[in-house]
Design a protein around this ligand. Structure first.
Ligand code: RFL
Ligand code: PHB
Length: 394
């Protein structure tokens, strides 16, 4: 079978790319290793930058987000007895973020594809890329025991951190950069009223906590955990008790507990692979880079990669221009590294590092003091949190 763009992975990156190409007359096929239900069962991001919201609308899949998403104009930082609201809107000339779960965004994209009759193959096993150095790279996969081949002009590797695309690029052609943090996040999702109207990021002496939400009736909480811990070590009651001890007492007093819909542990890592293009293979989203979730940037970076990639491919097919294809990797990476820096900074500011000295702890306190007193420092946080501009990524 023949297509213009072969896309590996039906997470947010792959689904968004395929949809934008489709709306601009470019043909694609998406190959996903898992079932659609499995993809929808993964509880991940919750905060969308305005650029990401714009992409979803551009994909004509933004209606439900606009109806049900919660617009947030601030976040709160807590440390000891200090509580500080960062007024995102006032500090950025009116910019806000949208609380709308990755699960919902993915479902909206899946529904739009289904209505359009898009070609998405779920449970495609053993996906492999070959003839990458030719003008017609090939994708092979197994479905229901039979092998299939797709001949493409380009391949988009949207298959996440553990996918096959990045591993197909010869090692000596790729530079990788990585920081693994010595802790993880244990998350719990529950149908309880969120403890606050806005997100609360907590730096406590006993560790980090985050109070987030998916709606006015669905909460998402995270607490810092040790790397060696498993979800089985954390009965729900232990989670709620620990969360209460991390929160400021007046917040803990308001905490509504309830049955967990989901609990999971995520390791924290910063990772970048450069360049993000190898001949006719493009890497996008988590396939090329990972950020620790503290800055809420992972999904938003995936969306900005897809903005640049879809624009480049559409310019190629509509006008025969390859300039944006040539610039794709550099343009993405400029924004990626800014988000890496911000995510590292938020993570360092708010977590308890097992090997931190008293000096390191004082530095954290000084940084939080500075944030409390300086509008310039708050503005720097706010402009990164709402998202750096897309433009050409410089
Ligand atoms: P995904 O979502 O990992 O999708 C990749 C897809 O590729 C499939 N796949 C393959 N398919 C075919 N063949 C293969 N060999 C394949 N290998 C893999 C996979 O099954 C999957 O369906 O990557 P994508 O699309 O680039 O999207 C990236 C985002 O999912 C990710 O960056 C965010 O979830 C990160 N993230 C957050 N981002 C934000 O912007 N805001 C947040 O608030 C936020 N919170 C989070 C997060 C990630 C978290 N975890 C679990 C790491 C909170 C958490 C806890
Ligand atoms: C979430 O709601 O899952 C979430 C929100 C903000 C973050 C990370 C995760 O920084």
């Amino acid at each position: 079978m023949r297509t213009q763009v072969g896309i590996i992975g039906a997470g947010p990156s792959g689904l968004l790319l395929s949809r934008l190409l489709q709306l601009n007359g470019v043909d694609s096929v998406v190959l996903e290793r898992q079932s659609a239900d499995y993809v929808l069962g993964r509880i991940r991001a919750g905060i969308l930058e305005s650029g990401t919201c714009g992409m979803l609308r551009q994909a004509r899949a933004g209606e439900r987000m606009d109806a049900e998403g919660l617009v947030h104009s601030g976040i709160e930082l807590c440390s000891g007895s200090r509580r500080q609201r960062i007024d995102l809107a006032a500090l950025t000339g009116g910019k806000t973020v949208m609380v709308y779960g990755q699960t919902e965004l993915t479902k909206d994209l899946m529904d739009a594809h289904e209505a359009a009759g898009s070609h998405i193959v779920y449970e495609a096993k053993d996906v492999a890329i070959s003839e990458l150095d030719s003008d017609t790279p090939k994708l092979t996969y197994i479905k229901d025991g039979a092998e299939h081949t797709i001949v493409c002009d380009f391949v988009a590797g949207c298959d996440g951190f553990h996918g096959v695309s990045r591993r197909t690029i010869p090692e000596d052609q790729l530079n990788t950069y990585e920081r693994v943090y010595p802790f993880g996040w244990l998350g719990l999702l529950a149908d309880t009223k969120p403890v606050g109207d806005e997100l609360i990021y907590v730096n406590s002496e006993r560790g980090f906590a985050l109070c987030s939400m998916r709606s006015r009736t669905r909460s998402r909480y995270y607490i810092q955990c040790a790397l060696h811990e498993n979800v089985e070590d954390w009965p729900e009651e232990r989670f709620w008790e620990t969360l209460s001890t991390l929160l400021p007492s007046e917040t803990a007093a308001k905490l509504e507990t309830g049955n967990a819909l989901e609990m999971s542990i995520a390791p924290l890592r910063g990772f970048v692979a450069e360049p993000m293009r190898h001949g006719r293979l493009f890497l996008a989203g988590d396939a090329a880079h990972i950020v620790p979730p503290t800055g809420a940037k992972g999904l938003n970076l995936a969306a900005s990669d897809i903005h640049l990639l879809s624009t480049a491919l559409i310019a190629f097919y509509q006008n025969g221009q390859s300039e944006l294809i040539e610039r794709y990797s550099d343009n993405c990476l400029a924004r990626v590294w800014k988000a890496q820096r911000f995510s590292w900074w938020m993570t360092t500011l708010l977590h308890r590092f097992p090997d931190a000295s008293a000096y390191d702890r004082q530095l954290q306190m000084a940084e939080l003091n500075y944030l409390a007193q300086s509008t310039a420092a708050q503005t720097a946080l706010a402009e990164n949190y709402v998202g750096m501009p897309y433009e050409d990524g410089k």
